[in-house]
Design a protein around this ligand. Structure first.
Ligand code: PMP
Length: 568
């Protein structure tokens, strides 16, 4: 076993900034974008997906270079080689989570597909009208919506499990709520936002007493906690490869063999078939193939095993201790920043820290951090019911990995303080409010701005120029769909048929984008509006390549809404 040493560990991840450069960055007083171009990225979005070690990347290359063939089908040597590696990967995963047999490991595209498979197949077999499906309020949409769809089809009822003050599923409520009507209990081992370890052993034990099946979403836990499915005694445990150093497009459905055997197939075709006939009943393959229709992600599965082997070289207790150290350090540093509120009480159990900052929209902070090369997540984190439950519209989420360092956290905290200071000083400056900004003036201004952080600052300043929309106009009719922050646009026309648009958003960055978009469309006729070439306008401003997908899509959603309003 290799000793875990963060700086050496880090060297395995090509996409991660190397420590020397970061030290250099920290020693320079000015945090500019040019500096970042030399240093790379501070990646704090590991809960969304981890970076990949070089051995995983190489293994992908190696598969296509030396082993590429379809599995299980052909009688030639290359296929045998690919099949051996593919099935060895299944053994590796079975061993990793202590499954009783590799027959209990089904390859899927990811956690989401694993849950969809379960909802579809269990829905057909065990759910009757009035049966109850229990879901914790903190679940990811992937562990809510498939159950909602199947409940609608079967007449089953969704019931929610509330949290205790610390954000864990409240066991007392589990005790009280679960009765013999409960057929399926679904919860995450650890929520992707709350980051507390749920008392799943107790929940599983309780579910057994009422005869309910248990589905544990291990998407976040798998990279941080030892998972022993036999000790847990859960019926199903699901996770994705990409959240633990493996590739995207590969996931695992672990299920107890007897239950999987009793379940009908999910999708059909390919290796899941034993015999097909037009006169006799079509028959299905044994486990695990019964649930694997079509050609699987062979290269991905093999790479995933490489990722597991990579991480298993290290002492997991040492990695865990380091993760705890990073988390505590970051949590305590954030605690010192005025206005920071953690979404639940007490420090998280894994490396995920979710918080809001008073008077600052989470998207504004995240996009400002991005302009300093710090990648973290903002928004609802695919957990809208949790946001409602906590009575927040969204939050920021730092999620760390063992290749992150204390120096990166220091950099993040320094940048965050700097952004908050800048925002506060802009807030207190009494900027002139003007509703009309010409698009030519914006293009002219942006053409003189070279760096993305300066351009980002300019968008934020433009946002200050947007007159606020009367709250009575912020409604379902004016709401812009497809924009992650709340945003509204309203149209009026002059006697000459020229349109005037007014808009607003709860995020400053979106208000800035609104000014930019309105400048291109205001005081134009319907025909002129439809013929605006928005892509070249954004291109000339150097915007789309920098805006994150949600912000970028937000800008396009604003345009779509404006075009629709002019057609209405
Ligand atoms: N559940 C949880 C707790 C998650 O964090 C995620 C990913 N954010 C998912 C489910 C869905 O995973 P995937 O997109 O890999 O299917």
């Amino acid at each position: 076993m290799k000793p875990f040493e963060p700086n050496t560990f880090r060297q395995h991840f090509p996409l991660i900034v190397n420590q020397e450069n970061l030290d250099h960055l920290l020693n320079t007083a000015i945090l500019t974008n040019e500096r970042l171009e030399q240093t790379g990225l501070v990646y704090f979005d590991n809960g969304a997906t981890t970076q990949k070690p070089a051995c995983v990347i190489e293994s992908y290359h190696d598969f296509y270079q030396a082993k590429n063939a379809n599995v299980h089908r052909a009688s030639h040597g290359l296929s045998a080689k690919a099949t051996a590696a593919f099935e060895q990967a299944r053994e590796t995963v079975a061993h990793f989570i202590n499954a009783n047999s590799s027959k209990e490991i089904i390859w899927t595209k990811g956690t989401t597909e694993s849950i969809n498979l379960l909802a579809a197949t269990l829905g057909k077999t065990i759910l009757q009208p009035g049966d109850e499906i229990f879901i914790a309020v903190s679940e990811h949409h992937a562990n809510i919506v498939p159950w909602q769809l199947i409940a609608a089809q079967t007449g089953a009822v969704i019931k929610t499990l509330p949290l205790d003050a610390n954000g864990r599923i409240d066991l007392n409520q589990v005790e009280q709520l679960l009765t013999h009507k409960a057929k399926i209990v679904c919860c995450s081992h650890v929520s992707n936002v709350v980051a507390k370890i749920n008392p799943i052993s107790d929940i599983i034990a309780k579910a057994k007493t009422v005869g309910a099946l248990t589905v544990i979403d291990g998407a976040q836990a798998i990279a941080h906690l030892p998972v022993d499915v036999q000790a847990l005694d859960c019926d199903f445990y699901v996770f994705s490869a990409h959240k633990m150093y493996g590739p995207t497009g590969v996931g695992v459905l672990y299920g107890k063999q007897a239950i999987l055997e009793a379940m009908p197939p999910y999708q059909s075709g390919g290796e899941m078939i034993k015999t097909v006939s037009f006169t006799e009943q079509t028959t299905f393959n044994e486990l695990p193939f019964k649930f694997e229709a079509g050609t699987p992600n062979i290269a991905g599965v093999i790479c995933f095993a490489q990722g597991i082997q990579f991480i298993r070289q290290y002492d997991s207790a040492e990695i865990s201790a380091y993760e705890q150290q990073l988390t505590q350090y970051c949590y305590q540093a954030l605690q010192q920043i005025p206005g920071v509120t953690f979404i639940v009480e007490q420090a998280p159990d894994i490396t995920v820290i979710a918080f809001t900052i008073n008077d600052h929209h989470n998207h504004d902070i995240a996009s400002s951090l991005d302009s300093y090369g710090i990648a973290l997540r903002s928004g609802h984190h695919c957990a809208m019911p949790l946001m409602d439950y906590l009575n927040i519209s969204g939050c920021l989420r730092v999620s760390l990995a063992p290749y992150n360092t204390i120096a990166e956290i220091d950099y993040f905290i320094n940048v965050l303080k700097k952004i908050l200071k800048q925002e506060t000083s802009v807030n207190t400056t009494n900027l002139e409010v003007s509703a009309t900004v010409e698009s030519d003036a914006i293009v002219e201004k942006f053409s003189n701005i070279k760096s993305w952080d300066a351009r980002h600052r300019e968008i934020m300043l433009l946002g200050k120029k947007l007159e606020r929309l009367d709250p009575c106009y912020r409604n379902q009719h004016t709401l812009i769909h497809g924009c992650e922050s709340l945003a509204w646009v309203k149209a009026s026309t002059s006697v000459t048929g020229h349109y005037h648009f007014q808009a607003d958003s709860d995020a400053k960055i979106i208000r800035g984008l609104l000014v930019i978009v309105l400048a291109a469309f205001n005081n134009k006729t319907k025909q002129q509006i439809q013929s605006v070439d928005v892509n070249s306008y954004f291109e000339s401003l150097g915007l789309l390549q920098h805006l994150s997908p949600s912000r970028g899509n937000g800008a396009l959603a604003i345009v779509d809404k404006i075009k629709a309003l002019s057609c209405a």
